[in-house]
Unconditional design. Structure first.
Length: 275
């Protein structure tokens, strides 16, 4: 264009000099949804307690009086419904489907709430899985959500890429166990967030230590923690050090995570409230 001001945000022309911005890739949620903040919970590897951390953040924010949702983007390994004791199918109308509410009022959407038999595996290719996650955003009616937590599958594959590109992610929390902190797995997650211009809110170290039930002494089962080193290297906050706690495992297994009364993620909650 001859009179180009180079301000693409005020011009709708589809010309060759238009630069695509991050906003161009964002996908709108359902027209009846009202979602204020989106927080991704990620990990470099599976089984480090990412779903547990998502659940603790969500249930504690709910207890603080916020309206909270969880979008379970871990399609091949969904564990959120089990941790919250939520089962059965979601309610759907022609207009869209509604998430299921937990006992404590956390709105949940997960592939397991669509399957007739939640023991059957989801054997889909990456783009189909990423498409399903997209539909949890566009076709689910999230009526009034202050904080939406997205439980991401482990690693840096299709789904995190889709979520980072198409959802307005306000920040991510990276979960790691002590072993990941000595390898470059956590650093890969930090680099991915930086490449995608997504803010890292901080690190959560899970299974940091165990506390002797008799004398209260903390034992670092996996050796000295390296979380502070990594945090310093990338200028990040350490949001929590969660111990191996048999009560956590028990509450997860019974679907009663909302009944856990421990202050493990208090610092993370304060950080989220500041967003
Ligand atoms: N700090 C802990 N203390 C005791 N048990 C824990 C702790 N963290 C996790 N667990 C147990 O490990 C199980 C697996 O954790 P979780 O599902 O959160 O891992 P994940 O990283 O989301 O796994 P995946 O990436 O494979 O989905 C939980 O259901 C819980 O029973």
């Amino acid at each position: 264009m001859s009179e180009c001001s180079h301000d693409c945000s005020t011009c709708s022309a589809n010309c060759s000099s238009r630069e695509q911005t991050k906003e161009d890739f964002l996908v709108k949620p359902h027209k009846k949804s009202n979602i204020k903040k989106v927080i991704g919970v990620v990990s470099g590897k599976g089984g480090v307690g990412k779903s547990l951390v998502t659940s603790l953040l969500a249930s504690n924010m709910k207890k603080e009086g916020y309206n909270v949702g969880i979008l379970d983007a871990d399609i091949t390994g969904p564990s959120i419904p089990k941790i919250f004791g939520v089962s059965g199918n979601v309610y759907a109308t022609k207009e869209g489907a509604y998430p299921k509410s937990s006992k404590g009022g956390v709105d949940i959407m997960s592939i397991n709430l669509l399957l007739d038999d939640d023991t059957k595996p989801v054997v889909w290719r990456g783009p189909v899985i990423a498409g399903a996650v997209g539909q949890f955003w566009t076709d689910i009616i999230w009526e009034d959500i202050d904080y939406m937590f997205v439980d991401m599958p482990p690693g840096t594959g299709d789904v995190p890429l889709t979520v980072f590109q198409t959802l307005p992610v306000d920040g991510i929390v990276i979960v790691a166990s002590p072993q990941e902190l000595v390898s470059m797995i956590v650093e890969k997650a930090v680099h991915m967030a930086n490449m995608m211009n997504v803010k890292v809110l901080g690190l959560v170290e899970n299974m940091s230590y165990i506390e002797c039930p008799d004398c209260g002494k903390k034992i670092n089962v996996f050796g000295e923690s390296h979380v502070d080193e990594i945090a310093e290297k990338y200028n990040l906050d350490v949001l929590a050090n969660i111990p191996i706690d048999p009560e956590i495992a028990e509450k997860c297994d019974k679907g009663e995570i909302e009944d856990l009364n421990k202050n493990y993620v208090d610092k993370a909650i304060e950080k989220l409230k500041e967003l």
